[in-house]
Design a protein around this ligand. Sequence first.
Ligand code: ZN
Length: 312
Amino acid sequence: MPERPHDVLRRRSLLLAFVACAWAGCATVGEQGQALVPTRYQARTGPFIVFSNAPLAADAPALHGLHSLEADVESALGLRVASEQPAVEVYILNDRESFTHFLRFYYPELPTRRAFFLAQGSRRVVYTFQGERLEEDLRHEATHALLHVAVGDLPLWLDEGLAEYFESPDNRRGLNAEHMSRLPQDVALGWKPDLAKLESLTNVREMTTRDYRESWAWVHFLLNSAPTNKALLLSTLADLRTSPSKAVPLSKRLPAGDQIANASLLAHVEKVRTQPAASAPPAEVTTVRLQDTMPDPAKRSFFGRLRGMFGF
Ligand SMILES: [Zn+2]
């Protein structure tokens, strides 16, 4: 399975072993002697301060993606990071090798990934590296950061669904061609959406690639199907911000009940999928988050399924 490590490291209880010397650059990449955590250049856009070892032009796609994300989140969810909040720190390492070295040095327990977000106290930090999916990775992780600042902790599925929704470039309005192309295959294999089951997941390691697709689909459905559905999502976020322990799960807020809501989700995805604007080919590189070593039943080949059935 192609790599798409990733993801948000929802390590709410993470005790960061950030000893002072680490931040001062004790961790270096071998021969180059270059600091693993880039601090040489800084660029500020909205609530983000971006650190890198190479200068980023003011119109760099990475900065543009972060800038537009702030507006996208505010437009869709009415959420904005207050100016008095500490900036979200974004570290863009030089390349995959540096990032891999960084992970091994600071987070040896983590599986391979391309980016991650972590929060500790008032600090929100995103780590990633210069690569061909930098903008997408940044928007995904930065969405987690913005939500964490503006709302707080979100249910896992909703956190990931929103990050998947906003990771696409701003002109896609939350459409994810890859997810839309996979969901019909999921249905053909017998999968049915089940929001209540999705809500029961609390550990990102439990989430399969299909769970990510479903999370994205629910968010897209809620934000784009009917004003009443969008209002349900916004009221949920408002409750999570003000009284998280009392926030009623979305599956319990949908007035039509689980079964009808689940059917409505599939109808919505099919409607969006068949619209001309949504028919762009899926990305060739498959998105996999955390499950990069787990088989995804929706993507097993016909012969692979035969082998599974007959054991050859
Ligand atoms: Zn994520």
